[in-house]
Write a protein that binds this ligand. Structure first.
Ligand SMILES: NC(=O)c1ccc[n+]([C@@H]2O[C@H](COP(=O)([O-])OP(=O)(O)OC[C@H]3O[C@@H](n4cnc5c(N)ncnc54)[C@H](O)[C@@H]3O)[C@@H](O)[C@H]2O)c1
Length: 87
C-alpha cells in the first residue's frame, strides 16, 4: 500500500517514513528539503522521493497518485528547525 508523507525529511516525517517502511508500506516522501537529505540518507533507496513545495504541488505529476491510500502531513516551518539545522 502506498503512503505519501509530506515533510518526510523532517524530524517527525523521517521517523514516520522509517516506521512505515518497517511495516511494509511503499513510502513516497514529499518534501521541499529545506534542510537537505541527511535525515533520510539511510532509507533513500527504499522510498520514492519527490522534491516539491506542497503549496504549489500538483498531485497529477505523480503517475502513481491513484495508488496512494493516505497522505500524512508533517511539513511545517518551525523556528526550532531554523535555529538548530544547517541550511
Ligand atoms: N518535533 C517535535 O518534537 C514535534 C512534536 C509534536 C508535534 N510536532 C509537529 O510535527 C510536525 C513536523 O514537525 P518537525 O519537527 O518534523 O519539523 P521539521 O522542521 O523537522 O520538518 C518539517 C519538514 O517539512 C518540510 N517543509 C516545510 N515546508 C514545506 C513545504 N511548503 N513543502 C514541502 N515541504 C516542506 C521541511 O523541508 C522539513 O523537512 C509539525 O506540525 C510539528 O508541530 C513536532
Amino acid at each position: 500500500m502506498k503512503i505519501l508523507v509530506t515533510g518526510g525529511a523532517g524530524y517527525i516525517g523521517s521517523v514516520l517514513c522509517r516506521m512505515l517502511i518497517e511495516k511494509g508500506f511503499d513510502v513516497i516522501c514529499l518534501d521541499r528539503f529545506f534542510f537537505g537529505f541527511d535525515s533520510i540518507e539511510e532509507i533513500r533507496d527504499k522510498i520514492k522521493i519527490v522534491k516539491e513545495d506542497i503549496r504549489w504541488f500538483n498531485p497529477n505529476i505523480l503517475k502513481d497518485i491513484d495508488a496512494v491510500r493516505a497522505w500524512l502531513h508533517c511539513q511545517t516551518i518551525q523556528a526550532e528547525s531554523l535555529i538548530h539545522k544547517k541550511h
